[in-house]
Design a protein around this ligand. Structure first.
Ligand code: HGY
Ligand code: MN
Ligand code: MN
Length: 426
């Protein structure tokens, strides 16, 4: 086997070549096509994790990957891996994201990163570029955490397989367990090989910013240096069901009254200790029995707190525990997900920045307000992200949009960065 030379100059020209072979129409057509699976009448997408719609999207992408000459594999958490062979059997460079969406999601959150990865595979084929290392595009299962909490289950178990057993017992609102959907996935794709565990050289995730900062700055590309910390909890407040018309106010045990009081207390201390950088959301509510003329017997709501500083997150944890204790036995806290702030590897960040510079495109450093699968991959290998602007900073909303020009630029930067990483020596 002749030892191919990957000197920087040829690797750099290969990287430029790959970026130039990104085909704008092929990319936007792929985004449009995927958005039809789970399309909402308002232009958004509702494609729950491991639903029939998700399976349908996966089937199409498996076929496309096979047509591109990739090998396709999966793992026990239904992650999908589309691998383009390299000249040397070295740890691969990975890219990818997720294709599950929020219930009122957009067409780009997650899907863009997966389809840009596919576009890089196609661009490499068009340019007839062979890289030293394999290039692997991943679809990570259940990143959103909307149907099954916590989020980012697929990437989390890729990095730490011991977490899967606990995830399998998590149920969705209809009582379907995550384990049952994993088994259904295995039955739906019985011939998929199981990916052999192994080292990963680097992971680069391309994603929409989902906030307003790049657009406000007029910057087309974000060099993502890290992800802020996150806390997810479920809080259950209990009371006593009683008749709405006959029960005097003074003797009620109204679970909603208690829940609103607890919510107010949490919001107050979260904003007080977190300041302008604090992000507190109470997004999901479940009321029992949820009847207009019965006093609620139980109210369960979720807490989503985000902050870039570990010390603030620790103070939030302490204040929340104290708040729950103060409100007595009728308030129960269930932790769902927590992750400290992540700082990406300088080596990966430098590759992303160099790719933006090579394209002659202005970029700026940015910390991600949203979590992503890169949160977990950063534990496994040199990891970084590329952001493109979100129009009006909107995401997790059918109005989510990004200019085609930016979608293409982000993909060109990804192609450039991946080739440079794929040609790095062991
Ligand atoms: O919640 C998040 O940050 C991600 O969009 N799932
Ligand atoms: Mn996402
Ligand atoms: Mn999302």
């Amino acid at each position: 086997m002749t030892q191919l030379s990957y000197d920087t100059a040829s690797a750099r020209s290969a990287a430029d070549d790959a970026a130039e072979h990104v085909d704008p129409a092929r990319l936007t057509d792929a985004i449009d096509a995927l958005a039809t699976i789970g399309a909402r009448s308002d232009g958004g997408v509702d494609r729950p994790a491991l639903s029939a719609l998700d399976f349908s999207a996966r089937r199409g992408l498996i076929e496309r990957a096979q047509a591109l000459g990739c090998t396709v594999s999966t793992d026990a958490c239904a992650n999908l891996f589309f691998r383009r062979a390299g000249n040397e059997d070295l740890p691969p460079v990975m890219t990818g994201s997720h294709i599950d969406t929020q219930p009122t999601g957009g067409r780009l959150d997650g899907a863009y990163g997966v389809l840009a990865g596919f576009e890089c595979l196609a661009a490499l084929a068009d340019a007839n570029i062979r890289t030293r290392r394999p290039l692997e595009v991943a679809i990570w299962t259940n990143e959103e955490g909307s149907r099954f909490q916590p989020g980012a289950m697929g990437s989390s178990t890729f990095v730490d397989p011991s977490r899967l057993e606990g995830f399998r017992t998590v149920s969705d609102a209809a009582g379907v367990t995550f384990g049952a959907t994993l088994d259904a996935h295995r039955s739906a794709f019985p011939t998929l090989a199981t990916r052999a565990p192994g080292a990963v050289h680097a992971f680069i995730e391309l994603h929409i910013e989902q906030g307003p900062l790049l657009e406000m700055a007029g910057t087309p590309l974000g060099v993502v240096t890290g992800i802020q910390g996150v806390r997810w909890h479920s809080i259950r407040c209990t009371g006593a069901a009683a008749h709405a018309g006959t029960t005097p106010m003074a003797v009620r045990r109204d679970a909603m009254t208690l829940a609103v009081r607890v919510r107010g207390a949490i919001e107050a201390f979260a904003l007080e200790l977190g300041g302008d950088a604090a992000r507190i959301t109470f997004g999901s509510w479940h009321i029992e029995p949820n009847s207009i003329n019965t006093i609620p017997s139980a109210v369960t709501f979720t807490v989503d707190f985000r902050h870039p500083e570990p010390a603030v997150l620790a103070r939030f944890d302490a204040a929340l525990a104290e708040c729950i204790a103060q409100h007595g036995a009728d308030v129960h806290l269930e932790p769902l997900f927590e992750h400290p702030p992540v700082h990406f590897a300088d080596s990966a960040i430098s590759r992303v920045r160099a790719a933006c510079d090579a394209l002659g495109v202005r970029s700026q450093p940015i910390v991600s307000g949203a979590f992503h699968d890169a949160l977990h991959l950063a534990k496994q290998c040199a990891t970084a992200m590329i952001f493109v602007p979100s129009r009006d900073g909107i995401s997790h909303n059918p109005l989510e949009a990004t200019d085609d020009e930016h979608l293409v630029l982000g993909t060109r930067a990804l192609a450039h960065c991946l080739v440079e990483l794929c040609n790095e020596a062991p």
